[in-house]
Design a protein around this ligand. Structure first.
Ligand code: ADP
Ligand code: MG
Ligand code: ZN
Length: 613
């Protein structure tokens, strides 16, 4: 509602202005003397009292011999000499006369007093009308001004300006090709992605990447941020979305970029009451627009978020944001590449070693690194240097770290080691259990992000889950915690495993209560789950069993979890040497690929769930 205050201030200013003008227009002009009639000037001339006459437009001023001045008005077109003659002034009586032309401003000045209030009132009226009509009208102007087209319609950023992130670029290449030549794809009846969800922590280059897609394809880029919708009048968000899409379709092929989509795209109904109306309407409108795309609409919607976990599932359905591109925090190599991009065209001293800088900036994202280079340049300039030296860079690192919101991103050596063992633990247990998905990639840099951090596994839905597979999953999830305990001891166990444990509990519970996988309780389901949309997801679970059964369930869940934990520890103890190898490599490189992992682990014997002593 901040807008209301703003408009209130405008009202006040307008009123004050109008008041002032009206007052000025109607107040007597105190100091200005009144004109005399022309006859009296003529009389003064005849009596020889006038020293000189000056004419300015319609104003005839007579300067008297005693120094006083009087003035009279005449028709501006009439010649003064002729006029005086007509009034009977003889040539020898004629005082010296000077005539000056009035300026343009002086010509319109008399009108200003009248016109200004009218203009102001008209303005005020327009303003009030706009406010009253609110939504539609604001949206009307939005299409033109708010959905800004980036300079010259097309961003000049290309993939070359985005360092690293090769996987993301590869995935987006298809979008680029489609936008370049939509006809080619459409002729073949290819179904083109409509929506791409760009996921990654702040500063990892989501906006940059979206612009680069537009730049690569040479298409216009329309962008809006989800957070802009939040403080709007009801109904405005939806019509803005409509306008944005209209504009984009008019300029197709084109890209619509919705930044911070989580601001409007949270689970709908995740709160009671009407306060989320606006958000919901906006979200609905986005969905309606996307569903309404014709098959030949060559507009691609890219949305960015760092909270994919809270998005409304409706957004992720096929035909909407069904593509997901993850931008991870950069690892050492990635950081070096980003630094390279940002030092382009800057004079560096010979002692600058970007790989060393990359090593000493764990946890930094692209935005931090850009900031780092900039700070270093500023330091060098202040010191009157012609080149940026390593000294400046090192100091700049400290500055960036000290920046208020960056502190939490810094990872100490000790933490790095714990994280490395934790992730190595997951990976190794997964590798050593028969039904686990293969490990694709292990990284210790993207911790703290809600999704896909350590080992993006194939996320395909399995129709049938086998008990053994679920048990393997439990062990894999517990592998992180188990590794921490084995290497650092009980006392050192960190909070890093909280998310793992949550998932473990959920899976184990479902195994017992939904899939009937517990021997003791048998093949029964317990509890009836209702998705109460308006209370938030899965908040309401109806219990249809007794206290006693509840206790039995708890026991079974616990048993499953503790068995899995023991299995994870067993595997990690058995292959402790590999655990150390993988963790060490992780500390060194921060990210390791599947191939590297496999070659570190080598051939190992799988450990099935019944092999635990
Ligand atoms: P996000 O939208 O994910 O918060 P931005 O795209 O706004 O991040 O990135 C902020 C800035 O950080 C960019 O303008 C760019 O200068 C820099 N940056 C981020 N990632 C990269 C990258 N991979 N390569 C080069 N620069 C990057
Ligand atoms: Mg951004
Ligand atoms: Zn973990």
């Amino acid at each position: 509602m901040r807008k209301f205050y703003k408009s209130g201030a405008i009202y006040l200013i307008l009123l004050a202005l109008i008041g002032g003008v009206v007052f000025a227009a109607f107040s007597p002009k105190g100091s200005v003397t009144k004109p005399v009639d022309f006859g009296s000037i003529v009389k003064m001339i005849q009596q020889g009292e006038v020293k000189e006459i000056s004419v300015h437009g319609d104003r005839v001023t007579a300067t008297l011999k005693d120094g006083n001045k009087v003035f009279a008005l005449k028709e501006p077109e009439i010649d003064i000499v002729k006029l005086l003659k007509e009034f009977g002034i003889k040539p020898d009586q004629m005082p010296p006369i000077t005539v000056t032309e009035p300026t343009l401003w002086e010509k319109i000045a008399p009108w200003v007093d009248i016109l200004l209030p009218i203009l102001l009132f008209a303005g005020l009226f327009y303003f009030i009308l706009r406010q009253a009509q609110g939504p539609t009208n604001q949206a009307f102007s939005f299409g033109k001004s708010r959905a800004r087209m980036i300079a010259g319609d097309r961003p000049s950023v290309t993939f070359d300006d985005v360092a690293g992130e090769d996987e993301a670029k590869e995935e987006l290449q298809e979008v680029v090709e489609f936008l370049r030549e939509p006809q080619k794809f459409l002729a073949l009846g290819a179904r083109i992605p409509k929506g791409v969800l760009m996921v990654g922590p702040p500063g990892t280059g989501k906006t940059l990447m979206a612009k680069a897609v537009a730049g690569e394809a040479g298409v216009p880029f329309f962008s809006i941020s989800g957070s802009e919708f939040v403080e709007m009048f009801v109904g405005v968000g939806a019509s803005r979305v409509r306008d944005l899409f209209d504009q984009a379709k008019k300029h197709a092929p084109s890209i619509i970029f919705i930044d911070e989509i989580d601001a409007v795209g949270r689970h709908r109904g995740a709160g009671l009451g009407g306060s989320h109306d606006e958000r919901e309407q906006t979200l609905n409108q986005i969905l309606v627009e996307m569903d309404g795309f014709e098959t030949d609409t060559s507009v691609i919607v890219i949305a960015a978020t760092n909270r994919p976990d809270i998005l409304d599932p409706a957004l992720l359905r096929p035909g909407r944001f069904d593509r997901r591109v993850v931008l991870d925090r950069p690892d050492i190599k990635g950081r070096e590449a980003i630094l390279k991009v940002h030092v382009r065209g800057k004079p560096l001293a010979p002692d600058v070693d970007l790989s060393v800088l990359a090593k000493s900036t764990p946890g930094f994202v692209g935005a931090d690194l850009e900031n780092l280079v900039n700070e270093a340049a500023i330091l060098a300039a202040r010191r009157g240097k012609k080149q940026i030296g390593m000294e400046e860079f090192t100091e700049a690192i400290e500055r960036v770290i000290a920046g208020p919101e960056r502190k939490s991103r810094l990872i100490s050596e000790k933490e790095k080691k714990i994280i490395a063992y934790h992730e190595a633990g997951h990976a190794l247990v997964m590798r050593a259990t028969p039904y686990s998905d293969p490990v694709h990639k292990i990284t210790i840099v993207s911790r703290g992000m809600a999704l896909g951090y350590t080992m993006p596994l194939p996320e395909e839905d399995r129709v049938l889950e086998s008990r053994e597979r679920l048990k393997d999953e439990l062990a894999g999830l517990l592998g992180g915690r188990a590794a921490e305990e084995i290497v650092f001891g009980e006392a050192e166990i960190t909070t890093g495993a909280a998310n793992d444990l949550e998932r473990v509990t959920k899976i184990a519970r479902e195994m017992v209560t939904r899939y009937g996988m517990s021997e003791k309780l048998g093949p029964l389901t317990f509890g009836r789950k209702e998705e109460m949309v308006f209370l938030g997801k899965e908040l309401a679970e109806h219990r249809n069993y007794s206290e006693e059964v509840a206790r039995a369930i708890d026991l079974e869940v616990r048993k499953l979890v503790s068995e899995s934990y023991r299995r994870a520890k067993y595997i990690l103890t058995k292959y402790r040497d590999r655990l150390d190898l993988v963790a060490k490599k992780l500390m060194e490189k921060e990210t390791i690929t599947r191939e590297e992992f496999e070659s570190l682990v080598g051939d190992i014997e799988l450990v099935s769930s019944d092999a635990i002593p």
